[in-house]
Design a protein around this ligand. Structure first.
Ligand code: BG6
Length: 504
């Protein structure tokens, strides 16, 4: 993260909404505490709500109190935080809203005696993005290509066609270099560390290919249900909500070729190469390569939880999947025929995100069979959350006169090593937008490439509604078919390092 000192005005569309309250505001306050905000910094909030600047300030204070995890709010710091705060209540389809915004921008710049960077943050539902972008364009607020940036939240479209359409709306007003498409997984320290792990060490790269790797698993398991987001989720489902973005981005980091330099476009080019090499799934293969599920009622941590279909905003016969798993292949020299298994779900038994790289067995077992009864292949587990670290599992001789082999783990833990709390993803990403560093943001072709990879599954699922939903009980590991998906290849989902770590 580079320190950014240029005067900056952050313009938040949808500033009274959940995202600002839970994520952006606490992240900004933490950045202020870490002295990473420019001295000249202002926030202009826009929302349809008939609110005042003071009401907006109170909402921000509430967000910091509830979600910041930074102790008591100190009056002096708070005063500094809200020193340059404005609120504009208006309809985003009304040119008068943008005229008022323009006035406010000019007022700050006049007071500061010079131009500032303008960052438009669209913390709004996707349906209004096009209207806002056109409003910004019509008011000529995007003309300064160097000083103006726009941040867009997911979902980037609903499928490949709508993503292409959204990208053309954005690029009609902004240059690609001004557009920052957020995938908050890329802001997580453990996700960023994948590149450091792979390319700052000489040890792993020589064995990071089809000759040594048997398969890769990427899991993002959640305990939470759909919460208050039923209406959004009904149109999304797990494949769109998680796999199209977060899991595909992790896949790219694991599978990409080494970058020549740490330039944003160089890294993004390498990721796009991975997406382009994903083997196209044919419609008749979908049932063999992908599994969907939906949770029924069950128990989580000793409490009863309702079925997805009983959640607010959800239809009683909803076909939306709350679990998705898939197997894919990357057709290139490095990865030919190495399966990548991806899975994600809500209301699963444990909350964890991890990548498992399982290596091939030794070419010849020279130990007596009894010695190797508990033998397991080597694997490397990258824990993304809540554990943050890396575990390397290898075989050791158990002490004693009789030869027994046993898998043992070598651990690296962020917490133990660095004794520091990792910054929240939004802190990293906001600081990067302010610094004009787009490395951790998605370029249009990445978004489109990732939609292309899952489109055949989306189409088949859309055309054949599920007949067995709900097909897993809340608090379990998802539908049985997901175990079968990997078991028919003679493999199983990894739960072992996680469970052993949690016993410690
Ligand atoms: C969001 C999804 O992008 O990521 C949510 O829309 C999901 O459905 C969330 O719960 C998970 O993020 P995290 O950081 O809590 O793992």
């Amino acid at each position: 993260m580079t320190l950014q000192k240029e005067p900056t005005i952050l313009i938040i569309f949808g500033c009274m909404g959940d995202l600002t309250w839970r994520k952006l505001d606490p992240a900004l306050y933490n950045l202020l505490l870490a002295q990473q905000l420019p001295d000249r910094f202002a926030v202009i909030g826009l929302d349809l709500k008939d609110e005042t600047k003071d009401g907006f300030g109170l909402r921000l204070r509430d967000g910091v109190k509830n979600f910041c995890n930074c102790g008591d709010i100190d009056a002096k710091t708070w005063g500094k935080y809200i020193a340059n705060l404005s609120y504009i209540s208006g309809d985003f389809a009304d040119p008068a809203t943008f005229a008022a915004l323009n006035e406010q921008l000019k007022t700050y710049e006049k007071n500061w005696g010079g131009p500032a960077n303008h960052i438009f943050y669209l913390a709004t539902p996707p349906g209004i993005v096009e209207t806002i972008v056109k409003g910004i364009g019509a008011a000529n607020l995007a003309d300064d290509k160097k000083r103006v940036r726009i941040v867009v939240e997911k979902p980037f479209g609903h499928d490949l066609d709508s993503a292409i359409a959204l990208n053309s709306v954005l690029t009609a007003v902004f240059d690609e270099a001004q557009i920052y498409r957020i995938d908050h997984y890329l802001g997580k320290e453990t996700v960023q560390n994948i590149l450091a792990f792979r390319f700052a060490n000489a040890l792993f790269e020589p064995i990071w290919d089809r000759r040594y790797i048997d398969h890769v698993q990427i899991t993002v398991a959640e305990q939470v249900g759909v919460e208050h987001r039923g209406e959004y989720y009904e149109h999304a489902g797990a494949l769109r909500d998680m796999i199209q973005n977060h899991l595909m981005q992790i896949l790219c980091l694991i599978a990409m070729e080494p970058m020549v330099s740490f330039e944003a476009d160089e890294i993004r080019n390498k990721k796009v190469d991975v997406l382009r090499a994903i083997r196209r799934i044919q419609a008749d293969q979908v049932q063999h390569l992908a599994v969907r599920g939906q949770y029924g009622a069950g128990r989580m941590n000793g409490h009863k939880v309702p079925a997805y279909r009983a959640e607010p905003g959800v239809a009683s016969d909803s076909p939306a999947e709350t679990f998705a798993a898939m197997k894919l292949f990357i057709d290139n020299w490095r990865w030919q025929d190495v399966p990548f298994y991806l899975r994600t779900g809500k209301r699963l038994q444990k909350m964890f995100s991890e990548v498992v790289i399982q290596f091939r067995p030794v070419p010849h077992q020279s130990f007596p069979t009894t010695a190797a009864l508990t033998w397991q292949p080597n694997h490397l587990v990258i824990h993304i959350q809540p554990e943050e670290g890396i575990v390397l599992r290898f075989q050791a001789k158990q002490p004693g006169s009789i030869l027994h082999l046993r898998p043992v783990d070598m651990h690296f833990s962020y917490q133990e090593t660095f004794k520091l709390k990792s910054p929240e993803a939004y802190e990293t990403l906001l600081a990067d937008v302010m610094a004009g560093d787009a490395t951790l943001f998605m370029r249009a072709d990445q978004v489109e490439g990732s939609w292309s990879a899952i489109t055949p599954i989306l189409n088949v699922w859309q055309n054949a509604l599920p007949s067995d939903f709900p097909n897993y009980v809340a608090g379990t590991w998802g539908p049985e078919a997901a175990d079968v998906l990997i078991a028919k290849d003679g493999r199983s989902w990894n739960h072992s390092t996680l469970e052993e770590n949690q016993k410690k």
